[in-house]
Design a binder for this molecule. Sequence first.
Ligand SMILES: [Mg+2]
Length: 227
Amino acid sequence: MKNQKQKEEITLKQAQQMVDDWIKTIGVSYFSPLSQLAQLTEEVGETARVINRIYGDQSFKKSDRDKELADELADVLFTLICIANSTGIDLADALNKNLQKKTKRDEKRHANNIKLKKEPYMDFADIVAIIAQAGGRRETVKIYYPKTARSTAGWREVEPYFLANDTGEAAEHLVYGEDRLSPGHIFNGYTLGSGDNHYDSFILGKIKAAKMTNQKFKPRFGWKVEF
Ligand SMILES: [Mg+2]
């Protein structure tokens, strides 16, 4: 039992030493790095084979039944250690440095990932679908719009009236599901609480997110809802 425990707690340094001892006694000597690479590829392939049969769509063949994932992963680790040993690499040191590098790199990476930013962000197609759904039900919709000359960035509740290919009188009204919508098209709606009696025109591609409110609204006098 004590032995078993000791085996489980081997450090990377000890693992490299154990493999080295094994190679120098039973294995005689290391293969060349290129052969080791080929062997590593073989072992990765054998690991893939087991994973494909356990978790993938492949069915088990009789001959694969006794193949274990743990054993294949150990083969991969063994071969990896052989490569490290024969090229003079201290794996514990390399792993430490590698994790530090990843931490540094991923801090920046996640900070720049727009999907993780506090400001909401949804795909264009999902936003349009929500606006159209709200319009079809004569319900208001909340959209997150960036800063404009008249408002700060943030959520605003809007009565959806129509989609258009342009602003102004000449704008052609578009129908969700029939017309091909692009981020440059316009969503016209009345912003609740704006106090005026005009549509606001929102560029679809600038809307960062949308959500249903389930709040019914009655179209303003003479205003037609078209979705
Ligand atoms: Mg194997």
